[in-house]
Ligand binder design. Sequence first.
Ligand code: PLP
Length: 441
Amino acid sequence: MEQISERSRELLYGTWRKQRGWSPINVVSADGVYFFDSSGKRYLDFSSQLVSTNLGHRNGAVIDAIVEQAKKLPYVSPAFTTEVKIRAAEALLKVVPKSIRKFFFSTSGAEANEAAVKLSRMVKSPAYKVLARYRSYHGSTYGAISLTGDYRRWLAEPHTMPGIVRYPEPYCFRCPLKLNYPQCGLACVNYVDYVIKQESNVAAVVVEPITGTNGVIVPPPEYLPTLRKITSENGVLFIADEVMTGWGRTGEWFAVNRWGVEPDILTTAKGASNTYVPLGVTGTSKEVADFFEDHLFAHGHTYEAHPLALATIPAVVAEFERMKLLDHVKRLESYIGKRLNELKESHRSVGDVRGVGFFWALELVKDSRNTPFSDYPQRAIGEPGEVDRLAAKLLEMGVYVYNGPSWLIIAPPLVATEEQLDEGIRAIDNALKYTDDKYSQ
Ligand SMILES: Cc1ncc(COP(=O)(O)O)c(C=O)c1O
């Protein structure tokens, strides 16, 4: 079925790339941690697609929930309610941080963040500014790409949404402030207090609790509690973007739980439906919800609270409980860390290993000064780098690993066994010879 790949090139767009040379693999089926192409070749999915199929491929319970809902009532306008909406909201209440009490649904992480910004601005009006970090990704629609700090925002400029102010991230491997933890005293987060006061009119601060596509940057333990304290003291809303970090990825339902932080607004998507149907969730605190009792909630979509999407949420929660997946992830966290650190010991091109749960990055460097193989400017002109070639080699070897300009993101489905983790790490071990050979002193 080579035709499918060729016709795809003709008829479809390949995202975030130049179209020339796009030759997508024709995937015909998937099961658990594996997917299969039309030639029968098997691939280990070591990144859960886009860090999103947390329960793995072809989960029967989630599929059944969608099918049953499709037969019963596939659609009803957001103006009406129906049982599945309440079952979804109640399932969410069981797993979200205690501060989150009321939900708005959409169809993607980007839309979840769009809603978070609009609602924050309504609640805090006339304050409208939103603080977001440089190494961040919040989605590709105009509002969400404006929040985004990485090179993907550059490509939308100068048409981005006004009112976004940047603050630095706790990227200790290459500290933007050129400081060292812990002597730095967490200057990067303490600076946020200064920014809020100097800017004035700040409605919200948005944060990926653990930076996702920009390299799995895990903050030092005091970081998020300090950010929460600063936002509370300044009367600014704290938005946790848990689109990638939610749904067990870090060994907790949501990453903020690792630090006991309770956001005012939490956005999520991906793992919420195991990505089987498009779904975005914007959860808000009681204070935010109360504001709209007597103010217009000026937001909505035709596909808001879509029954087929919402049907997945209780099924996903039940599957996590049935398989005790949070325990499984916590149990294997240190094993993955140990195995990846062994790669760092034996490969000179591995500069840093960081992560938690089933969410890790191998940061690759091309010399002893920790120079990245490639960076955002090359990405912004669609120029592949050595780490893209490393990921392509892994794919040829039958292991799919999602990558950034100079890092691999290791985020297998949470159902992966120790043996399956070993299978992927062994392949990476073999493939790293490629970047080791490109390394110079
Ligand atoms: C942290 C984060 N926020 C938002 C998004 C955007 O989600 P979507 O692609 O569903 O719009 C992503 C996607 O990768 C993400 O990682």
